[in-house]
Structures are given as structure tokens and as C-alpha cells.
Ligand binder design. Structure first.
Ligand code: CTP
Ligand code: MG
Length: 177
């Protein structure tokens, strides 16, 4: 079995994996929804803040640019280069996916921090893929293909749950999901 396409897929999605963790660390302060309700529940809730969102996007985009430099220095030819638009789309899409999930959670009566199995583990990946298809579709298709996308949909829940459990143990996250 050729494992290179799978390693490439995991590498390419790193700028979409980082924003959520970065948001947990830098988050806080003003909620995006300004504390407003819609149909009897918060629009998004106190867990979605401007600082967390912008910090997450900057962290993801910054990571992609750092990876480009590292790749150039070490000369790892099989790893693709992130275009700036792709870097921005992956990280912004990840944050928007997470924000969209909070909107859905509030509509379904779930309080901030409540679990929504399935959605919690894939919201940011789906957001990142959709946004990158829209802004850098040719690039994404070229580096991932359908095989890479399906692989990421399958492994991301495992990666996400493991990372969150570590964040919870370290006292960074309030819930282990
Ligand atoms: N965070 C943030 N801004 C974001 C995403 C996350 O500030 N756009 C921070 C918040 O402090 C949040 C923490 O990261 O509490 C954990 O993120 P997450 O689990 O996505 O939010 P929850 O608090 O669980 O809220 P929700 O139920 O809406 O997902
Ligand atoms: Mg949560």
C-alpha cells in the first residue's frame, strides 16, 4: 500500500486542525453574537468569541506559512505547498464550521459545551473542505483528491477526540469532547 497520499492528506489538513485548539487558548472576551438571543436561545453562545475566532484563523494560516518554509528548507518534495488563499480558506473554514455547529446546537436546545456527537468531530473539517473547494478548489483537488477527503472524514473524529482528551487532561478544555 502506498501511504504517501495519506500522509499528504494529514499534512494538508493541519491548518484546519489547529484553529480550534488555538481558539481554546486565546479565546475569551466578547462573544460574536453580542449576547443576543434568537428564538429563545443564544444565537451562538459565549463559547464563540471574536478573539478566539481571529486567533484561530491567524494560527492556522500562520502554521501553513511556517510549514511552507520548513518544507522548503528540508526539501520534502512530496509535500504540497500551501498557497496563501488555501491556507486562509482551510483555517477560516474550520472556524466557520465550528461556529455553524454552535448555531445548530443552540437551535437544538443544547447549552454551551453540550456534546453533539458527530457534529463536534466533523464541523471544522467540513467547513474547511467547503471553504477550500470554494476558494482554492483546483489546489485542494490536486493535493487531496476524493481518496484524501474520504480518508480525512474517517480519521478526523479519532484525531479530534484524542486531542480534546489531552486538552481536557491538561485543564485547557472544560469538556473531554
Ligand atoms: N473559542 C472561542 N472562539 C471560537 C471557538 C472557541 O473563543 N470561535 C473558545 C471559547 O473559550 C470556548 C472554547 O474555545 O469555550 C472551546 O471551544 P468549543 O468547544 O468550540 O466551544 P464550547 O464552549 O464548547 O461552546 P459550544 O457548545 O458552542 O461548542
Ligand atoms: Mg465544546
Amino acid at each position: 500500500m502506498d501511504i504517501i497520499p495519506y500522509l499528504v492528506a494529514l499534512y494538508v489538513i493541519l491548518p484546519a486542525y489547529l484553529p480550534n485548539s488555538a481558539a481554546v487558548i486565546v479565546g475569551g472576551s466578547r462573544p460574536i453574537d453580542g449576547g443576543r438571543d434568537w428564538r429563545g436561545a443564544r444565537i451562538l453562545g459565549d463559547g464563540k468569541t471574536w478573539r478566539g475566532t481571529i486567533g484561530g484563523i491567524l494560527a492556522g494560516t500562520g502554521l501553513a506559512l511556517i510549514l511552507n518554509v520548513v518544507r522548503g528548507v528540508i526539501g520534502i518534495g512530496f509535500l504540497p505547498e500551501f498557497t496563501f488563499v488555501a491556507a486562509l480558506a482551510l483555517s477560516t473554514g474550520a472556524m466557520l464550521g465550528d461556529i455553524g455547529a454552535s448555531f445548530i446546537k443552540r437551535r437544538s436546545g443544547r447549552e454551551r459545551g453540550a456534546a453533539f456527537p458527530g457534529l463536534d468531530q466533523l464541523d471544522f473539517l467540513i467547513g474547511a473542505i467547503v471553504m477550500t473547494v470554494l476558494l482554492a478548489g483546483g489546489w485542494l483537488w490536486n493535493v487531496l483528491g476524493m481518496r484524501g477527503i474520504v480518508f480525512l472524514l474517517l480519521v478526523t473524529p479519532v484525531v479530534h477526540l484524542t486531542a480534546n482528551r489531552i486538552g481536557f487532561r491538561l485543564g485547557l478544555k472544560d469538556e473531554p469532547w
